[in-house]
Design a protein around this ligand. Structure first.
Ligand code: GLN
Length: 282
């Protein structure tokens, strides 16, 4: 894609970009190329194929080139496109928030199975708001409260809530601290749980480290939530946590001790033990 005067068609750019991404070892080279071109053309992926022989304008080529350059540096597609699908809805994301993962739909389902409106729920570390907003839209009548240590993240949560028509109460601060003195039917979180020296795919380096990493083999924030959630839960209220691969057994052990009862583990769609929870005993 040098600055020459030959006319480049959609097909030329699709082929060039796919090959470039493949050479770099990117997992889904053609899909990523299609999504970038579709975004710039303002069409869906099928639209790209209906337009294969259309020449691209210099402006379109420049915009595609800029997005391709970002992907070549392994920036995640979600940040390049500025959106990510979660539970059938589209959420705005940027580098201030973790990109919602399909695994986290299991967290949503574990909460939906256990909460009946009217009830107040508290999510610790709302990030993009994907989980909390989804809960509210799937169960109208829930009162939604969320905290985050990142005020930049809370701006994105508020934006997504407004776009999707959910009413959320947001608080800046660490863990449950901003809500001390209040009581909730459910406290949930997808906390940072990745071990700090884990060897990771390059895409993760673009995400906020405070949303990903925790000391104590990734267990520090999980432990802190198990310690502090009783202070903001109603009697019989649920604490429900997403955990990393290999952390469920240790987490459940913590939730089998007083004051917790009815500890459970739920697998995600890939068969990984992904969510742990328990109720606050009387
Ligand atoms: N599931 C994410 C990952 O493995 C981590 C999310 C988290 O730490 N809560 O990349």
């Amino acid at each position: 894609m040098s600055g020459d005067t030959t006319s480049w068609t959609v097909k030329d750019v699709l082929t060039w970009t796919t090959n470039r991404f493949r050479e770099l070892g990117i997992d889904t080279p053609r899909l990523d190329a299609e999504l970038i071109i579709a975004h710039v053309l303002g069409r869906d992926r099928v639209g790209v194929y209906l337009d294969l022989l259309r020449p691209l304008s210099p402006e379109e080529r420049a915009r595609i080139r800029a997005m391709v350059a970002r992907r070549q540096k392994r920036e995640p597609m979600a940040y390049i496109l500025g959106v990510k699908e979660f539970y059938g809805r589209s959420f705005v994301v940027d580098q201030r928030v973790l990109i919602p993962r399909p695994d986290t739909e299991t967290l949503v389902e574990c909460v939906l199975e256990r909460v009946k409106p009217p009830a107040s729920v508290l999510e610790v570390g709302v990030g993009s708001g994907a989980v909390l907003i989804t809960l509210g839209l799937e169960r109208p009548g829930l009162e939604l409260h969320g905290t985050d240590i990142s005020s930049g993240a809370l701006e994105i949560t508020a934006h997504n809530a407004q776009q999707l028509g959910a009413q959320v109460h947001l608080y800046a601060g660490s863990l449950v601290e901003p809500l001390e003195g209040r009581r909730f039917a459910v406290v949930l979180s997808n906390p940072p749980y990745v071990e700090e020296d884990a060897s990771l795919e390059p895409e993760l380096s673009f995400e906020p480290p405070e949303a990903l990493f925790a000391v104590d083999r990734g267990m520090a924030v999980i432990r802190a939530l198990i310690d502090t959630a009783p202070g903001v839960l109603e009697e019989g209220g649920w604490l429900i946590l997403e955990v990393g691969a290999g952390q469920a057994t240790e987490t459940r052990a913590l939730l089998e001790a007083s004051p917790w009862v009815d500890a459970f583990i739920q697998q995600d769609l890939a068969g990984i033990e992904r969510v742990c929870g328990a109720r606050l005993g009387a």
